[in-house]
Design a protein around this ligand. Structure first.
Ligand code: BG6
Length: 467
C-alpha cells in the first residue's frame, strides 16, 4: 500500500437497508427508528440506500470514479444476530462478497468494526455502560478477523467513541437518549476505549498482514483570547473533545489531568480498574482515522448551568449547536465564519490545524482522513443530476489544507470523502445529503453521480500523476 489512498466512506446502518434480511438481528437503531418518539424525522434505515442489494453497482461506481479504496463498516448483528450467540453464515457471506468485489475492482477495503449499530440484546443490558459488552465485542472482532482478515489490510475498531458517547449521553439525540448524563458518558467512553484496546491486542496476536486503528472525530480547539483563563478552558475542551481518546490510543494511558478534573467534577470513576492499565498500553493503535468536519471554538464558562444545544432540524431551526459546561468551557460563536444549514461552522482550515496538532503531540503516527465532507439540502435536475458546487468548493479547501500539512511532514496517507452515496443521516434522515452520488430515495433508489463525483475523479487523477 505505497500509494496515497483516495476513496469515500459509508457505514452499515446508514446505507445497507435489508434490515431483516439474511438473518440480520435487530439493532439499537432499528429499535430507535421504529419505536421512539424522539426519532424526529420519522424515517429509518430499513431500506436506506439499499447497499445490501446494490453493493456491486456501488463498488463499481467507486472504482469508475478513480477511487482506490472504500471505507465501510460491518454490522455486528449480521455476523452474530443477537450479538453474543451463533455466527450467521449469511452475514459472513454478505461481507465476503463486499470484500471480494472491492478486490475485483482494485479497491483497498478499509473496515470499521463498530459504527453505532449495537445489537439490540446488548443495548438491552446497558450497551457500552455495561462492562460485559467489551467481552462480546472482542469475540465479534475475533470472528471478523478469522473470516476476513486475510483480505482486509485496514481495520478500525470503533467509529468516533467521543461523538457517539456525546450524542448518546450528553445531547441525548442518539439512543439511549440520556441528556447531560456525564457519569454515563465517562463510563461508556472508558469501556469503548478499553474494548478498542483489547481488540487491537487480539489483532496483533494474529500476525495478519494488515494494520489496525481507531476512527475519531477531532475538533481542533481554538479561542478568541489567549489569557490564562481562556487557555485553561481550551485545555479542558481539548481533553473533553480530543485528548481523552487520542492520548489513550496513541500513548497507552489516559491523561492524568483528566482523572483529576473529572473527579473534581463529581464523576464516579469506580469503573476504572487497575488491571486495565496494561491493556491500554498493549492496545496502542497502528494508525489514527480522523473524521474532520469542524473545529471547537470555545471560551471560559464559570457561572451558570450546564446546557447543550443541537440543531437537529436544519434550516427550520435557529439553534446553533454548542455546549456550556460549568467550570470547563462553553462554545463561542464567531460571526465571521459561515455555517451549514444545521448550524455547524464551515472552517476548512481546521483540517490543517488539527493535523499539525496531531504531529506535535504524536509525531509520525500514520493518519487517514476517514471522513470529510458537507451535508446539504439538494435538488436534482430532470435527469437526476445534482450540481453541488458548494460541496466542491469546500472539499477543495479541506483537501488543500490536508496536502499542505502533508508537505510539512504530517504522515497522512489517505483521504475518504463522506459519503460514497447519499445515505441515512443519524438524526437528519434523508434530507441531509453528503454523497458524491445521488440516490433517488423517492423512486427506485437509482444512483446518479453528482458533479462532485467527477470533480473528485479529476482531483485524484491529478494528484496521482503528480505523485
Ligand atoms: C460522523 C459519522 O460523525 O458524521 C457519520 O461518523 C455521520 O456516521 C457523519 O453520518 C455526518 O453526521 P450527520 O449527523 O450530519 O449525518
Amino acid at each position: 500500500m505505497n500509494k496515497f489512498l483516495w476513496g469515500s466512506a459509508t457505514a452499515s446502518y446508514q446505507c445497507e437497508g435489508g434490515w431483516n434480511e439474511g438473518n440480520r438481528g435487530e439493532t439499537q437503531w432499528d429499535n430507535f427508528s421504529h419505536h421512539s418518539a424522539l426519532n424526529i424525522n420519522h424515517v429509518n434505515g430499513d431500506v436506506a440506500s439499499d447497499f445490501y442489494h446494490k453493493y456491486e453497482e456501488d463498488i463499481k461506481l467507486l472504482a469508475d470514479g478513480g477511487q482506490n479504496t472504500f471505507r465501510f463498516s460491518i454490522a455486528w448483528s449480521r455476523i452474530i444476530p443477537d450479538g453474543v450467540g451463533e455466527i450467521n453464515p449469511a452475514g459472513i457471506e454478505f461481507y465476503n462478497k463486499v470484500i471480494d468485489t472491492c478486490l475485483k475492482y482494485h479497491l483497498v477495503p478499509n473496515v470499521t468494526l463498530f459504527h453505532y449499530d449495537l445489537p439490540k440484546p446488548i443495548y438491552d443490558i446497558g450497551g457500552w455502560e455495561n462492562r460485559k459488552t467489551i467481552t462480546y465485542f472482542v469475540r465479534y472482532a475475533q470472528i471478523c478477523f478469522k473470516y476476513f482478515g486475510d483480505r482486509v489490510p485496514l481495520w478500525s475498531t470503533i467509529n468516533e467513541p467521543n461523538y457517539y458517547s456525546y450524542c448518546s449521553y450528553i445531547v441525548g439525540n442518539y439512543p439511549p437518549n440520556k441528556k447531560l448524563d456525564f457519569n454515563a458518558f465517562c463510563k461508556s467512553g472508558y469501556h469503548l476505549l478499553l474494548a478498542s484496546a483489547r481488540v487491537v491486542r487480539e489483532y496483533k496476536k494474529l500476525n495478519l498482514p494488515g494494520r489496525i486503528g481507531i476512527v475519531i472525530d477531532t475538533s481542533n480547539v481554538q479561542t478568541k483570547r489567549s489569557d490564562d483563563l481562556s487557555m485553561k478552558a481550551a485545555r479542558k475542551a481539548d481533553l473533553f473533545y480530543n485528548k481523552w481518546v487520542t492520548d489513550t490510543v496513541c500513548k497507552g494511558y489516559f491523561p492524568q489531568q483528566l482523572f483529576t478534573l473529572t473527579k473534581d467534577s463529581g464523576i464516579d470513576l469506580s469503573f476504572v480498574k487497575k488491571a486495565d492499565k496494561p491493556i491500554f498500553m498493549s492496545g496502542i493503535v497502528d494508525f489514527l482515522g480522523l473524521n474532520i468536519y469542524s473545529r471547537a471554538f470555545i471560551k471560559p464558562y464559570t457561572e451558570g448551568k450546564t446546557e447543550v444545544f443541537m440543531n437537529n432540524k436544519g434550516k427550520n431551526s435557529k439553534v446553533k449547536e454548542g455546549i456550556k459546561i460549568k467550570d470547563w468551557f462553553e462554545t463561542d460563536y464567531d460571526p465571521d465564519i459561515p455555517r451549514t444549514k444545521w448550524g455547524s461552522e464551515l472552517y476548512p482550515k481546521c483540517m490543517y490545524d488539527e493535523l499539525m496538532d496531531i504531529k506535535k503531540n504524536y509525531g509520525n503516527i500514520l493518519i487517514y482522513i476517514t471522513e470529510n465532507g458537507i451535508g446539504e439540502y439538494e435538488t436534482a435536475d430532470k435527469t437526476g443530476y445534482v450540481v453541488d458546487d458548494e460541496r466542491i468548493e469546500i472539499m477543495k479547501k479541506y483537501i488543500c489544507y490536508m496536502l499542505k500539512a502533508k508537505k510539512e511532514g504530517v504522515n497522512v496517507q489517505g483521504y475518504y470523502a463522506w459519503s460514497t452515496m447519499d445515505l441515512y443521516s443519524w438524526v437528519n434522515g434523508y434530507e441531509k445529503r453528503y454523497g458524491l452520488i445521488r440516490v433517488d430515495f423517492d423512486h427506485d433508489l437509482k444512483r446518479i453521480p453528482k458533479k462532485s463525483y467527477f470533480w473528485y475523479k479529476n482531483l485524484i487523477l491529478q494528484n496521482t500523476e503528480e505523485g
